[in-house]
Ligand binder design. Structure first.
Ligand code: EPZ
Length: 423
């Protein structure tokens, strides 16, 4: 059954909203807890479909997990073979982050290849290249990866692309490998830094996380740690844009402004006043939205996970904007639904051109992936009338308490499950 959102747009947002822990930091941290038999305590894990699925996979592998309002205590004394893995692994690409830790713990892994999804075919060649350099062997059989590693030994790995997931998998395996590993052309996202800090607390020696060259000195017995997850910079950026789109004054709290530099700069370029405070960002109403030129790139470049939200904002800017998507090959599916709302967006390959219109119109639309769903919510918030958004489960993957947080800012949003609609 598919839930829907009904959003009565056209009202301003006002007030403050507190950002949850980062989904994209939580997922590798949960996987990394497998690297030790000790207990780990992860604070600030957001309640999302993706984090719940990761924890289900881990308990299927033998982890003892308790979750008190986002404080997750997790201990895997012994790894068990898990058939459960497959049913969840297909649903979530991030399940592939179990590869490195499981190689360390068991030396033998069989994981389903993560499927492609709405934003591209998402290969894993860089994960395999990196882990092979550390001594792992792979065979691909019927959509599964069979991996084995008798002994992981540190090495130098250069990535053809600054892949976040590949960097994380290699860091986790290297943390327990013998000797030193250097990752060249590594991803530098804040979530990578958070993982590096976690691995250091476990007893590895990680330096350079957050730069393109990361050095990891492995340690034989990694220990359990207590760690608080960084705030979710993409959730924070989404609320900044929702406020800019709907108008009003909104304070987004529990953020690290440094993680949102380019997002803040682009909002200011578009004419949206953004004020930085201690751990918070405040958005003020704007007179007129100016068009933007955006190109997505690996961090610290403009984040691909924020381009759909900006596109929704720019549908009513005074002029023509362009968004060039360089990270994924197919991340403009959402534009079809923004066009249904009356926007003028043309997509040519990896570039979208957005000609601003006076206003959008309420209608029925459907989320095609997580950030596409966020774009549709933003478009609906600024459009007078009732917009219906299907595919809400995509949003449940990455936005904790979305309805409650938006309602607390004055949005008129209602979640209806198909069951209720049919009755
Ligand atoms: C992470 O995905 C994030 N997910 C994504 O966020 C984010 O969009 C992406 O990084 C880029 O920032 C999590 O952290 C759970 P990549 P990941 O490996 O690791 C190609 C969201 O909305 N590639 O950096 O899968 C790949 O095809 C999600 O929260 C290879 O070619 O991203 C893609 O084009 C969406 N070979 C590009 O690199 C590989 O072995 C970026 O992928 C790996 C990746």
């Amino acid at each position: 059954m598919e839930d829907k959102y009904f959003i009565e747009g056209g009202t301003r947002l006002n007030g403050s909203v507190c950002i949850s822990g980062s989904k994209n930091a939580s997922l590798p941290l949960l996987a990394a807890s497998l690297l030790t038999e000790d207990k780990c305590v992860l604070k600030g894990i957001p309640k999302l479909l993706d984090t719940c699925n990761m924890m289900k996979m881990l308990s299927g592998l033998g982890a003892q997990i308790s979750n008190q309002g986002g404080q997750v205590t997790i201990q895997t004394r012994e790894v068990q073979e898990s058939g459960q893995l497959y049913q969840y692994a297909r649903k979530m690409r991030a399940s592939f982050l179990l590869l490195g830790p499981l190689l360390v713990r068991t030396g033998e892994v069989c994981l389903p290849l993560p499927g492609g999804c709405a934003i591209g075919n998402r290969p894993v060649d860089l994960h395999l290249k990196g882990l092979t350099a550390l001594g792992a062997e792979f065979a691909v059989e019927k959509g599964h990866i069979k991996a084995s590693a008798k002994h992981l030994i540190g090495n130098e790995v250069s990535l053809d692309y600054r892949s976040v997931g590949a960097t994380e998998n290699i860091m986790m395996a290297a943390a327990a490998a013998e000797g030193c590993t250097t990752i060249l052309n590594a991803a530098a996202e804040p979530e990578i830094v958070d993982l590096g800090n976690f691995l250091n607390k476990m007893g590895a020696k990680v330096t350079g996380a957050g730069t393109s060259c990361i050095r990891i000195e492995g340690a034989p017995d990694l220990c359990g740690v207590i760690h608080t997850v960084i705030p979710d910079r993409i959730e924070a950026g989404t609320y900044l844009i929702a406020a800019a789109a709907a108008g009003g004054q909104v304070c987004v709290q529990r953020v690290i402004p440094d993680h949102l530099k380019l997002v803040i700069e682009k909002l200011r370029q578009a004419g949206v006043p953004v004020e930085e405070g201690p751990g918070e960002l405040v958005v003020y109403p704007t007179e007129e939205l100016r068009p933007l030129q955006i190109t997505t790139e690996p961090y610290p470049g403009f984040p691909t996970d924020m381009q759909p939200q900006f596109a929704a904002l720019l549908t009513t800017a005074a002029g023509e904007s362009t968004i060039k998507e360089t990270v994924f090959e197919n991340r403009f599916l959402y534009t079809e639904h923004l066009r249904r709302m009356g926007s003028h967006i043309t997509v040519n390959g990896t570039t979208a051109k957005i000609r601003g219109v006076e206003r959008l119109f309420p209608t029925q639309v459907k989320a095609t992936d997580l950030r596409a769903g966020a774009a549709l919510v933003i478009a609906a918030l600024k459009t007078p009338g009732k917009t219906e958004i299907g595919g809400v489960y995509h949003l449940d993957r990455g936005y904790e308490n979305l309805e409650e947080k938006l309602s607390s800012l004055g949005a008129r949003i209602r979640r209806v499950s198909d069951r209720a609609v049919n009755l």
